[in-house]
Design a protein around this ligand. Structure first.
Ligand code: ATP
Length: 244
């Protein structure tokens, strides 16, 4: 479980987070929805201890990432906008390297590579070097790395960007498997279809603060609107940040 209370973060004069408060439960996919510049990426980076918050409280299964970032990172997988692939390594070599960094034994790594490869349909690029990979292929390999050590928590920053229909389906399958496994997943996205299809709970963030949290149905009911897209626009007061 991820608990966040009144988290604030300032970069110079920019107040990137101005009171983010929410809880993300285990066994659920929680969407983080907000217009451009709302503070989603800053929030995800703060959750994993990559950024130091100025104020507020964060607990990942009871552990504060500012106090014990290494313990938090052992149990968390993070997909950011920096995929960090190595051009000279094949997908298998890359995943093996990260498995070893996470303390996994070679046989366990091989088994797990086969599993994530099937889940994300990586077969055709497993033995290829990353140089020349398309955007979608890069995201899939980065996502495979994120899932490899079976983290209990996952933070995904726009995982569906650049994915074709087959890869989007592979992502959905992966999310459903993680959910069934009891993982706590937070997914920042602009894509309403992904929220409607995959997410149980939605956090709406604007101006660095949480403006609402609830199921897509609860957010529609709260705003008296029929579609999640209309509810989102009503809650944040702008159409910016939506992809259908
Ligand atoms: N390192 C930084 N230095 C200065 N300002 C920053 C930094 N990182 C983020 N910001 C600012 O903080 C605010 C929140 O940015 P953030 O990237 O968290 O938003 P976001 O919701 O992820 O946006 P998007 O949907 O466009 O990716 C923005 O105004 C951004 O310009």
């Amino acid at each position: 479980m991820i608990e966040v209370h009144d988290v604030r973060k300032q970069f110079g004069k920019v107040q990137a987070l101005a009171g983010a408060t929410f809880t993300a439960a285990d066994g659920q996919i929680t969407a983080l929805l907000g217009p451009n510049g709302a503070g989603k990426t800053t929030l995800l980076r703060t959750l994993v201890g990559l950024l130091k918050r100025d104020h507020g409280h964060i607990a990942i299964d009871g552990v504060d990432p500012a106090v014990d970032p290494m313990r938090v990172r052992r149990n968390i997988g993070v997909l950011t906008d920096q995929f960090g692939l190595y051009d000279r390594l094949s997908t298998r070599e890359y995943l093996t390297y990260f498995g070893e960094l996470n303390g996994m034994a070679r046989p366990a790594i091989s088994t797990r590579i086969a599993e994530v490869s099937e889940l994300l349909a990586l077969d055709d690029i497993l033995e290829r070097r990353a140089k020349g990979f398309s955007q979608g292929q890069r995201i899939k390999v980065a996502l495979a790395r994120t899932l490899l050590h079976r983290p209990r928590h996952l933070l995904l920053d726009e995982p569906s960007r650049g994915l074709d229909v087959m890869s989007t389906r592979a992502l959905r399958r992966a999310l459903a498997a993680l959910k069934a496994d009891g993982c706590c997943v937070i997914m920042a996205t602009h894509v309403m279809q992904e929220v409607i299809h995959s997410c149980d709970d939605v956090i709406v963030i604007a101006g660095g603060a949480t403006v609402a949290q609830g199921t897509p149905q609860a957010l529609c009911a709260r705003t008296g609107l029929e579609s999640l897209e209309d509810a989102f626009v009503s809650l944040v007061g702008t159409e910016e940040g939506i992809e259908l």
